[in-house]
Ligand binder design. Sequence first.
Ligand code: ADP
Ligand code: MG
Length: 605
Amino acid sequence: MARFWLKLRAIPGWVWPLACGVVLLALPFLGLGYSATRQIELTLLLALIVVGLNLSLGYAGELAMGQVAMYAAGAYAAGMANKAGVTDIWIQILIGAAVALVVGLISGIPGLRLGSWSLAMTSFFLILIVPDVLSIFKEETGGRNGLAGLTPATSFGQLIDSRTYYLIIVGVAIVVFALIRNLVVSGHGTALRVLKQSPVLASSMGISVFRAKLTAYAMGAVPAGIAGALFANLDLFISPEAFAFSFAMTVLAASIFGGSASVYGALIGAAVLQFGMNQSTNFSKFGLIISGAFLLIGGVAFTGGLAGLMRKLLRKADFAAKAKAGIRAPKVAAGSVEKLDGALLRADGVSKAFGGNQALSKVSVEAKPGAVTAIIGPNGSGKTTLLNMISGFYRTDAGSIELDGQKIQGLPSYKVARAGVSRTFQTPNIPEKLTVLESVEAGRYASGRSSVLASVLRLPAFWRSRNDGREAAERALALVGLSEQRDEMADSLPLGNRRLLEVARSLAASPKVVLLDEVASGLDEDELEVLEGLIVRLRDAGMTVILVEHNFQLVLRLADDIYVLAQGAVMAHGTPDEIESNPRVMEEYLGVTAEANSAGGADDE
Ligand code: ADP
Ligand code: MG
């Protein structure tokens, strides 16, 4: 039984939805009646709108309600093209998609630039003004009366009958869903999931938060535009009522109920709402209430929606089956570290004040390739702040930061990451709902991603980067000794493993410089040994390692060069021997650590 289940699960995941698509295509030939086919058509159109919303809401984490406005834009663009004599459905679809994309970009740029709730507000506003915009261009759009008398659509000069039109809708939906699925299971999809949970982590991994969110939002407009064009030619009539606020609520409810962080969840949610609404004869009266009820059920009863629930059950079944069949992930022995190209990192006279608090004053630090540069000092002495300055999270008040002679201060953090600076966090930053392997693969974004287009179309460049990324991630996991945990959920790991996971993630980026912020705290002795061995190998391979650490003995063993910070300034600098024989350091530094350790080693930021 367990074996059978695992065999079933070994079939690639895309086979099942594709099989459902083929069944949908076959239905009219099996004698499915008019009203059922129409329900399916409307479900698929709704699903196309919802899947666009899922890209921005479920993946990028932006509540954007504008999909209905883009649906309207697509419908009216196609309808007006039809009136102007363009009856070919494919051209109308292209026009609808393009116009929706433009609307998405225009509404997304200011909304996303301003951040937080702005996109929700601008996109909400976008829906409200649809009827007014249509009234202004009454001549072309028919205003409140709608756009009637469209010419039946053609395909390459052939008039389309209703069965063919059904096939076109199903076919287009299959293609669009396949492409969006390709996007979300690529590195770009993982990047969006990271970004939704932690923009700070995302930018430290080389992801441009603004660009990624805009891409998700604007790409979400395209299926809505396509659905609009298909809708206009379905009844050959469109009016503002079809794009009202209550419909936006239906879209949102379908997204939440089906599971917004899912592609197929859009189909499930759309089907539930479409068929649910159809059962209620008084829908026009109670539509909003029904949508609201689904929203509440989806939001309260199960976060992640129906798709999330299914995913959870599948994972459980997989785990049980694997345990029963006695299958465990192999423990991979760490291979050798090939030669690495480190870079010279130089901070010169860096100062930073937070309000009246001078966190750093004129700090100069130099970290060479093939060496471990340790930064030590009591809590609050500015160590993390210095790493944050290097990463580009804060702007310097004074001073410069250079990587191999290139100025990096003032660059946004994702560009610093792309320049080759990778890091771990004092409090491990591990996004939810990613496996250990996926989390490490996500670290490849800065150095090894393929373009969005290549990912969506599965061009050779995508496969190359995917295979490289997987290999690099497996290697990094082996280096930190986490191969056995590769399929576990990353956020369920204990603290020590989380720290090592962060190290693996930062190494997967093939960085020139790694910044390790108190990686050793919380590790047990075995883990400490793995970490120490790893740092030595990275150094010997030529990487630039900056180690912020409280464990003084570890620092003495590992460091080639030590900087001691006190109250935001470098109070001493030298080799481990020099630092150890510096009475002032020993008194101040060890005095404070002893105190901090007895107070429970508080090291929170
Ligand atoms: P360390 O890592 O050496 O323990 P930090 O760099 O975290 O020290 O902190 C140095 C000082 O800067 C502390 O006084 C801290 O309160 C302050 N600080 C750090 N980050 C911020 C921030 N984002 N806003 C205000 N103050 C901060
Ligand atoms: Mg710190």
